[in-house]
Write a protein that binds this ligand. Structure first.
Ligand code: ADP
Length: 289
């Protein structure tokens, strides 16, 4: 009898989306106050597990449309003004180790060396130091930083510090990794290297992790995403979503072909209502205000 009672619960648990937002609004300041800012409006979506595979969902939209706001709400760093935020079917009440985060600004601890930075979350979670060291060393190698273990972040380049931040976000093996324009401050070459790194991590992701990545760069979105959620200019509203081929099957060469152009035109017309902007934007495909 007890077993039968447990069974439906377990099934329901499996059916929950990993991340779900229901009618989320976020207003900074007091509603009705002339200085208040409606950052995002009526945001609803559900991200489900891809059985046996990791995935990358990208939120793409013009600067200031509320992408970071959505990510910070999922992270539990800020509450929505209204609506519901669920992770694995549970309301989000604050940050949690099941959601790792990589910010645009480098967020390593400047007084800790690279391996101590990467191991930090594992230390906090009570993972034995020797296991933490082994896992950190493997991740440092994986993100291409082998040999820097004893260096302080201040002695690393911006790209290297973001590699530390990525290794740190992966260390506790969270189900969800939230990336907030993590490569926005990097030079174009380093940015491409970092995109390749994330694409590689997605390709060999044996933990079925869900990456949620925020950007205003269409190239970056198409390169990394399995699915792109497109947002309008502020207040950010979801205006559509498009499937993109897996990063691992999609070379940069293919991105210059017609298929890519067709995809980026679709995205631009979702945001601006037509594809006229594609002429203006086709050089660099960054979405402005
Ligand atoms: P995006 O990530 O798309 O650039 P953000 O989520 O950072 O957009 O911001 C959305 C809007 O909300 C912007 O107009 C921004 O100025 C405003 N905003 C963001 N954070 C705050 C805050 N803490 N207080 C007031 N306004 C904010």
């Amino acid at each position: 009898m007890d077993d039968q009672a447990v069974q439906p619960d377990t099934n329901t648990q499996l059916d929950h989306p990993i991340i779900e937002l229901r009618a989320v609004n976020k207003i900074y300041g007091k509603p009705g106050d002339p200085d208040s800012v409606t950052a995002v409006k009526d945001i609803s979506f559900a991200i489900r597990d891809l059985p046996g595979s990791g995935q990358c969902r990208v939120f793409l939209g013009p600067s200031g449309c509320g992408k970071s706001t959505i990510l910070r709400i999922i992270a539990g760093l800020i509450p929505p003004s209204s609506g519901e935020v669920l992770v694995n079917g549970q309301p989000v009440n604050g940050p949690s180790a099941d959601r790792g985060m990589v910010f645009q600004s480098y967020s390593s601890f400047p007084w800790l060396n690279v391996i101590d930075n990467v191991r930090f979350g594992m230390d906090m979670s009570g993972i034995p130091r020797s296991e933490g060291n082994d896992r950190s060393a493997a991740l440092i190698e994986r993100v291409g930083l082998g040999g820097t273990e004893r260096m302080l972040p201040g002695n690393l380049s911006g790209g290297m510090r973001q590699r530390v931040a990525i290794a740190r976000s992966l260390a506790c093996r969270p189900r969800i990794i939230l990336m907030d324009e993590p490569f926005g401050a990097l030079d174009p070459k380093t940015r491409r290297d970092m995109q390749d790194l994330v694409a590689g991590l997605l390709g060999d992701n044996d933990l079925n992790q869900t990456f949620v990545f925020v950007t205003h760069d269409i190239d970056e979105a198409i390169f990394l995403a399995d699915r792109i959620h497109v947002l309008s200019a502020r207040p950010g509203m979801l205006v559509g979503d498009v499937e993109a081929p897996r990063a691992t099957e999609y070379t940069r060469l293919a991105m210059s072909r017609g298929e890519y152009q067709e995809l980026s035109n679709r995205i631009i017309s979702m945001i601006y209502g037509n594809t006229e902007h594609s002429h203006v934007l086709s050089d660099h495909l960054l979405l402005g205000d």
